[in-house]
Design a protein around this ligand. Sequence first.
Ligand SMILES: [Zn+2]
Length: 328
Amino acid sequence: MDTWQHTIKKTVSFAGIGLHSGNTVKLYIKPAGPNTGIRFVRTDLHQDVMIPATLYRVSDTRLATTLAKDDVKVSTTEHLLAALAGMGIDNVVVELDNDEVPIMDGSAAPFVHVLRKAGRLRQKSARVLLRITRRIEVKNGDSVVAIEPHDGFKVSGEIDFDHHLVRKQRFAVEVDPETFMKEIASARTFGFLHEVEFLRRNGKALGGSLDNAIVIDRSEILNAEGLRFADEFVRHKLLDLIGDLALLGCPVLGHITATKAGHAQHLQLMREIADHPECWQLVKWADNGEEGVLEKVVMTTRAAGNKILPYLVPPQVMPAANGAPLPA
Ligand SMILES: [Zn+2]
């Protein structure tokens, strides 16, 4: 894993529609200084509103991961966050003029494309990594999400749908920019036709189409072009997982296994991590003057308390540090 923080070399922009709102949105991704983290800025309001990409700002996990500050929200953040995390980009400001990140083709590939066009820029600050030292698990019925110590960032997923075109799928990958691009980024979001119809009746999925989601009915996949991977569904689940886990605010050294999980379970796992500082350390790689790097604990878990983001989020946007209730 990279030793240094990275941003992008230049601003890039693109436009698209929101999957749920159907609104057109224009989005700019701009370079940002070390320790900025990823910040969303809504520029369409009478005053710009900045929402840092942190688990403390999650306001809704139904259908997509929505971040909010007071009544200002940015929804469907997970695919863009996955692209940033997957490509190893730590610091950017994402400006958008509506309340939902555009869905593009339903995967992270279009975001990867613009990020590669922007170019990756190494910064002079060492990355702070969240290194898992003890297993943490969250269980809800048959959904299980766990993270355990691992020398790298690995994700393993399993889904099991009662549909003959999906059924049980498993996929695991050691995540780095190359594997992310090749194995995960282009896996699209998916839905079952009856669910899509239900969502539409309830004012959701208004921007949804066969151009930005795999849609499955009783007997077949409706998209004429078919699937991009035979197991595209579970790969997309891992894409969502990588995007949601970026809300921890720094790269993770650990192995996450997610079985029949979604955004809500990902958030639960992150909250468990935040609540159990005895299960992790914040570390950074220090240059020892030779070609190798020396691992160094920069903050003991006791000093970190339950704050996972001491470096990446300025104190004024952190919730009251100790024991403050997290937004529901
Ligand atoms: Zn998704």
